[in-house]
Design a protein around this ligand. Structure first.
Ligand SMILES: [Zn+2]
Length: 268
């Protein structure tokens, strides 16, 4: 294991254990299914997703950035800017690309089939932030690789971005609730747990809002920001109506096969 894998795994484990401990201590909402039932499927998905990514792109995204640098391909490998500016702008542009990717996964029926596996979770907690279909992971990997090549993103930007994206996903899915005043202040910059739960609402006017994973700026800029749901956070209907809480739809085989079964093809 190289140094960067060690750091990635360390940050992942640190954020996961911290958020899982917080939500076990002070849970915001009660889950309809037992934790063990949901966690088995959700955690199996993260392992399969990581394996699929390694099989499809053994070089990793940092390797893609290194290749672009060696070949002098992409914007920041062509123009001369301060390395700090190149890193900061690359991270921002990668983040906005992920925002638009998320919107596309909601808007395009074939992509929604994959992304709905994430939304079909009847509860949100740290493991929901890791529950993505391996095909969505692979498609997202191609999108990120393309953006990295176009930008000529520095390796450092890619490493920080990947670690941050993973950490933010665990953070904003955690089943905790900050006091409203803190939540509103933090929401000036970051997507909070309460804001992201609005995105997991069963109601389309709310599901198609708050697409950001990290900062709230993209939702504000592109008109998809909603600071409050119609229902209170305690009463919000989470998940998808077509997948009511059931242990039979929470297992790994049900999750893997979900995109290929009949079902609604839009996120509303
Ligand atoms: Zn979504």
């Amino acid at each position: 294991m190289d140094d960067t894998s060690f750091i990635r795994l360390g940050v992942f484990a640190g954020v996961f254990v911290t958020m899982a401990a917080l939500e076990a201590w002070l849970p915001a909402r009660r889950a309809a299914l037992r934790k063990r039932t949901r966690w088995q499927g959700n955690l199996a998905m993260v392992v399969l997703g990581a394996l699929a990514a390694r099989v499809v792109l053994p070089a990793t995204l940092a390797g893609v950035a290194m290749w672009a640098g060696d070949q002098s391909v992409g914007l920041f490998n062509q123009i001369s800017v301060h390395p700090f500016v190149a890193v900061a702008l690359s991270m921002l542009l990668l983040d906005v690309a992920i925002y638009w990717q998320h919107r596309l996964f909601h808007a395009v029926p074939l992509l929604w089939r994959l992304h709905k596996v994430h939304h079909a979770d009847s509860h949100t907690d740290t493991t929901t932030g890791l529950r993505f279909h391996p095909l969505e992971i692979v498609l997202s990997l191609f999108v990120k690789a393309a953006v990295i090549i176009l930008l000529g993103a520095p390796v450092m930007a890619v490493l920080i971005f990947e670690i941050a994206l993973n950490a933010f996903s665990i953070f904003n899915h955690a089943n905790i609730r900050l006091p409203q005043r803190w939540d509103d202040r933090l929401a000036l910059v970051l997507i909070t747990q309460r804001l992201h739960r609005i995105h997991h609402s069963q109601h389309s006017r709310e599901t198609n809002r708050n697409f950001g994973f990290s900062v709230t700026w993209w939702d504000r800029l592109f008109g998809s920001y909603t600071p409050r749901a119609a229902q209170s956070d305690e009463m919000l209907d989470i998940g998808l109506k077509e997948y009511p809480p059931s242990s039979s739809s929470a297992g790994i085989l049900a999750l893997l096969s979900m995109p290929f079964k009949p079902g609604k093809t839009k996120s509303d």
